[in-house]
Ligand binder design. Structure first.
Ligand SMILES: *Cc1c(COP(=O)(O)O)cnc(C)c1O
Length: 492
């Protein structure tokens, strides 16, 4: 199987695609639609999480042996999640919630970032690369910690994370500065998230023109969802959720299931489309946006227009105006292939807007719907679901829940609806407390205790221990010092 760039006729083997992260032409690697692997989906959904993960990953990375994939899955997940089946599907009211936050950092990114380092390590062997792999990440909170946790002490890799000083929550900061591991490095920068992101991109540009950092024996790569190795593990839980509904007797094989996905960079929801292409009976994929509703507008109109105000919301991991992974969907659906996609992306970067052909939009709308809500809508959903069902959602999940309600009202569907839950409510205690009618004026760790007391839920152990762990990465540097920081750590 071969991966293709979304912007030209460049190709890569699965291992090369994982190692590179992004294609040299700026495109993203994806299989051609016709080349998507199919296998016996019905047999697959009946397996446990580990079994499904092995099937899905082996299908997408056939240059790995089955034994290698099985080892990667074991090493990635054994003992790391606090739910026995890793991603439970629980009935709540007339819907189901797929809980993806049971991993070590309490956000759904753990599912993929537990696997990526192991995939990368093996890819490095397969491509006979001896350079050390240096992962550079700018984070506004969730990705940084999940990547640090995933890459901690993985041989042949180092991970460096930059976050905006004062721009992340106390819990998120504590999660990062207390990170263990000999190969992990974290620094705050004086600036906002955009400064961190711009700095990281500049370092890629300066040092990585040939893919390697000259004189250091290191090459840079990415742990963001532009990496196909991030997307593949996310396909697994769609199969798992379908299997759960089957086992609970809610559906029979072949029945369609609708999924509602809190969306930012379009990675999570795209994995649902990959599951569909691989034979899972997926009905509609509902793209749930917060007030930054550029994707919702796109699905409804065919115009992607990033020239709009950027809002900071209670669901910060969805605060994004340029959703990278949409490019992969366009590639899979556009009749004009890479050439057509390259035109759209050029227009986006030069003019900030593009309009897709009506036929392409129709193709998208066959499988996708777009809905959005604001912080008030999300808070309302948290409060109601708590009072009526005794179930506590985080603000990202709440956006999806609210969108699921709109979807059920506006479209005539009779499929079960699964809402993907992407973070633990304890990661966002303040807005969650306010949504259930409580004050949230105490300092952050006191808020965790308060939420636990009121909800009767235990604080996830990885968050509970944070206030007592020693800080290992307390530094703050100027944004102009980022490149030197990277060089110093890479040489260390
Ligand atoms: C990253 C993230 C999202 C958005 O996922 P995408 O794959 O970027 O669309 C939603 N919720 C939470 C909690 C996240 O961390």
């Amino acid at each position: 199987m071969i991966y293709r760039s979304t912007r030209s006729d460049l190709t890569a083997t699965p291992a090369e695609a994982v190692l590179a992260g992004i294609a040299p032409d700026g495109g993203l690697y994806v299989p051609e639609k016709m080349e998507f692997p199919t296998f016996c989906a019905e047999e697959t959904v009946k397996k446990d999480f580990f079994g499904i993960a092995a099937e899905v990953l082996f299908a997408l990375f056939p240059d790995f042996s089955r034994e290698e994939i099985e080892k990667i899955v074991r090493d990635a997940y054994t003992g790391k999640f606090d739910a026995e089946d890793l991603t439970p599907t629980v009935p709540v009211g007339d819907k189901y919630v797929l809980e993806l936050f049971r991993g070590p950092t309490c956000a759904f990114k753990d599912v993929a970032l537990s696997v990526l380092p192991h995939l990368m390590g093996k890819s490095r062997e397969k491509c006979q690369v001896t350079d050390e792999i240096v992962i550079l990440t700018a984070t506004s909170g969730d990705t940084g910690k999940a990547a640090l946790q995933g890459f901690q002490d993985v041989e042949g890799t180092k991970i460096l994370v930059f976050y905006p000083n004062g721009g992340v929550s106390r819990v998120q900061r504590a999660q990062m500065v207390t990170q263990r591991g000999e190969n992990t490095f974290v620094s705050a920068i004086e600036g906002n998230f955009d400064d961190a992101q711009t700095g990281v991109k500049a370092i890629f540009g300066d040092f990585a023109k040939n893919g390697t950092m000259k004189g250091t024996g290191a090459r840079l790569s990415s742990a963001n969802s532009i990496n196909i190795g991030r997307l593949a593990p996310q396909i697994v839980y769609y199969f798992k959720a379908y299997g759960d509904l089957l086992r609970q007797g809610r559906i029979t094989w072949g029945d369609k299931v609708d999924f509602v996905v809190p969306t930012g960079n379009f990675g999570d929801i795209l994995a649902g489309y990959f599951a569909l292409l691989m034979g899972l009976p997926v009905g509609k994929l509902v793209c749930a946006s917060n007030k930054n509703n550029v994707l919702c507008d796109f699905i409804r109109t065919g115009t992607y227009d990033k020239r709009r105000e950027f809002f900071k919301t209670d669901s910060p991991s969805m605060d994004i105006l340029v959703s990278s992974n949409l490019e992969r969907l366009l590639f899979l659906m556009a009749e004009g292939g890479a050439e057509e996609v390259a035109r759209y992306m050029k227009a986006l970067s030069e003019k900030g807007v593009y309009l897709v052909k009506p036929k392409l939009l129709n193709g998208i709308c066959e499988f996708f719907s777009g809905y959005c809500t604001d912080d008030e809508g999300g808070a309302d959903a948290i409060g109601r679901v708590w009072r009526e069902n005794g179930y506590l959602m985080d603000p990202h999940t709440a956006v999806a829940w609210h969108c699921a309600e709109q979807f059920q009202r506006e479209e005539e569907r009779d499929c079960p609806v699964v809402v993907l839950s992407t973070a633990s409510p304890f990661k966002f205690s303040a807005p969650v407390l306010r949504s259930i009618g409580e004050s949230a004026d105490e300092e952050e760790f006191a808020l965790l205790e308060k939420l636990s007391r009121l909800s009767g839920l235990a604080i996830p152990p990885s968050l509970a221990e944070l206030s007592s762990l020693p800080e290992r990465h307390s530094g703050v540097i100027a944004k102009s010092a980022m490149a030197d920081f990277v060089l110093e750590k890479v040489k260390a």
